[in-house]
Design a binder for this molecule. Structure first.
Ligand code: SF4
Length: 253
């Protein structure tokens, strides 16, 4: 899962009247400005939020995450490996890894060096291999070899943070959590649905405004929306399901 990165806003050389015009620069070049704009926009009403998620649900009633896994343990490992990497890149490496090690016991038997070999196409693989072995040891020593079901326990595992806990709690255990990755962060800020400077701020904002009946799948709807429609550089506003509701001043429809 890709990491959120924030760029400093580039200094504009445009005169004041020209700045008011729509810019032709890619959207990703102006994240800070876009967030500031989103802050000034009118917050979404409860009816608008309901309408947006009703449309997401109608279009894709059962959205799925794209990280391949076989059980809660392999999901946990896949999420830990996905930091600063794409889901597709992680899947490529884990298909072979999980075929030989789909439990903490098998992962320990494989050993750090071999884990490293399986995942060497993923960024930060040395550190990640160390974490996979360490978290497997901790699962066996403290949790009977099972992935724990509380946020605090998951976050206590090497390599796992709040986002990992949210993904595992949601996808493995069906909890109404909201993991904020780079796509969710962008969509929440750009649309004005839940503006925030940090992933935690956005997470808490989304949890506050999204009706409980949508929360199980909201994380996936927003990720898929950001990945395939509300793209960082060239959002596809013309085919966007929520283009009439979106508050982004620079939307193209
Ligand atoms: S209208 Fe454009 S900017 Fe707004 S959510 Fe849709 S794709 Fe993103």
């Amino acid at each position: 899962m890709a990491k959120i990165t924030r760029k400093s806003p580039a200094k504009s050389r445009l005169s004041a009247p020209k700045r008011a015009k729509k810019s032709s620069k890619p959207a990703a070049a102006r994240p800070a400005r876009s967030r500031a704009a989103a802050k000034k926009t009118k917050p979404w009403t409860a009816a608008e939020v309901y309408e947006a998620f009703s449309r997401f649900r109608k279009a894709n009633p059962d959205p799925r995450g794209e990280l391949e896994h076989l059980n809660p343990y392999t999901l946990l490992v896949a999420v830990v490996l996905s930091a600063q990497a794409t889901d597709a890149g992680v899947n490529k490496a884990t298909r072979a890894l999980f075929a030989v090690a789909d439990t903490p016991q098998k992962m320990l038997a494989l050993g750090e060096e071999k884990v490293r070999d399986y995942i060497k196409t993923i960024g930060l693989y040395r550190n990640k291999a160390r974490n996979v072995i360490a978290l497997s040891e901790k699962l066996i020593a403290e949790f009977g070899g099972e992935v724990p079901r509380t946020r605090a326990e998951i976050e206590s595992l090497p390599g796992a943070g709040r986002k990992t806990a949210n993904v595992v709690l949601n996808m493995a255990f069906g909890e109404r959590t909201m993991a904020v990755d780079t796509h969710v962060f962008r969509v929440a800020n750009r649309t004005g649905l839940a503006p925030g400077k940090t992933p935690l701020e956005v997470e808490l904002g989304l949890v506050r405004v999204i009706p409980p009946e949508f929360m199980l799948h909201a994380h996936h709807w927003l990720i898929l929306h950001g990945r395939y429609t509300c793209l960082a550089r060239k959002p596809r506003c013309e085919v966007c399901l929520i283009n009439d509701l979106c508050r982004w001043p620079e939307k193209t429809v």
